[in-house]
Design a protein around this ligand. Structure first.
Ligand SMILES: CC(C)(COP(=O)(O)OP(=O)(O)OC[C@H]1O[C@@H](n2cnc3c(N)ncnc32)[C@H](O)[C@@H]1OP(=O)(O)O)[C@@H](O)C(=O)NCCC(=O)NCCS
Length: 186
């Protein structure tokens, strides 16, 4: 598995995926100051400050370098603006297993952009980067995210009961687990 920034950037003509730069800090800060993102990605700081976004962008540069994953800004091709974030982290390098995560800024939701970004990223990971499994976990209550996984062709495998801990709610949570494999959809 070889996780190097793709050149040219990944795109389906509607969204394109490219590595983050420090110029994206204002867009990240604006998007992540959002109740839905804070609710479902409870690991993110809330309130979310510009320094958090800057730290994130710099951490992705290190993580790309250390081959820990692939971390993309999702750009709306028509406006050129950043609409979201999508990333895969290495779960098991030997097995070629990755886990995907994403958020999309509130004004850009409901247009199918996350589903597109997920399709584009998964196709690249499985067909070009040599991954063998892309896993996706979502809180069982996160209806929008579960729907994105289904629409992007992921197979729902089951529920990992009490497998997460939501620090904001102070309780364990159930994750639905999905996957996409190289032969799926053929
Ligand atoms: C999850 C998220 C990324 C989806 O982004 P999006 O760009 O709106 O996704 P898409 O437009 O590709 O698809 C969303 C689907 O969910 C559906 N949906 C959205 N909210 C819903 C709700 N409350 N109940 C039921 N379905 C819902 C939409 O109708 C759409 O399905 P459809 O095309 O069949 O109508 C976005 O809501 C988000 O950033 N949430 C906060 C962060 C998050 O939850 N990240 C994922 C963590 S696992």
């Amino acid at each position: 598995m070889e996780l190097l920034p793709p050149n040219p950037p990944l795109s389906d003509g509607i969204v394109s995926l490219r590595p983050w730069t420090l110029d994206d800090v204002p867009a990240i800060t604006a998007a992540c100051d959002d109740v839905e993102i804070a609710r479902w990605i409870h690991q993110l700081p809330s309130p979310y400050r510009e320094s958090d976004a800057r730290e994130y962008v710099l951490s992705t540069e290190v993580a790309w370098h250390d081959r820990l994953g692939a971390f993309f800004a999702v750009v709306d091709c028509s406006s050129g603006g950043v609409v979201g974030s999508i990333a895969v982290h290495v779960l098991d390098r030997e097995l070629g297993s990755l886990e995907v995560g994403y958020w999309t800024a509130a004004p850009a939701r409901g247009r199918g952009l996350t589903t597109r970004a997920l399709r584009v990223l998964s196709a690249w990971a499985l067909r070009e980067a040599g991954a063998e499994r892309v896993q996706l976990r979502a809180d069982v209550r996160n209806t929008a995210s579960l729907r994105v996984a289904e629409k992007a062709g992921f197979t729902r495998e089951g529920i990992l009961r009490a497998s997460g801990f939501n620090t904001r709610e102070g309780r364990r949570i159930d994750y639905a687990v999905f996957s996409l494999l190289p032969g799926d959809g053929k």
